[in-house]
Design a protein around this ligand. Structure first.
Ligand SMILES: [Zn+2]
Length: 55
């Protein structure tokens, strides 16, 4: 299972993909903090995270 998150703020091109959902959440929080200068609601991370079936 692969987890993916695409940032949808403005025209941000950030995309993170990992086999660990915890790692995705961690990277998304770090991204929001460093690039957007703020925090992201955990609910928004859950909502934006996609699960991709990998062969
Ligand atoms: Zn972003």
């Amino acid at each position: 299972m692969t987890y993916q998150f695409e940032c949808e703020r403005g025209n941000c091109q950030f995309l993170v993909r990992s086999s660990s959902s915890e790692e995705v959440k961690q990277l998304v929080r770090a991204h929001a903090r460093t690039v957007h200068g703020g925090r992201i609601d955990p609910v928004d991370i859950e909502r934006g995270m996609e699960r991709i079936e990998t062969a």
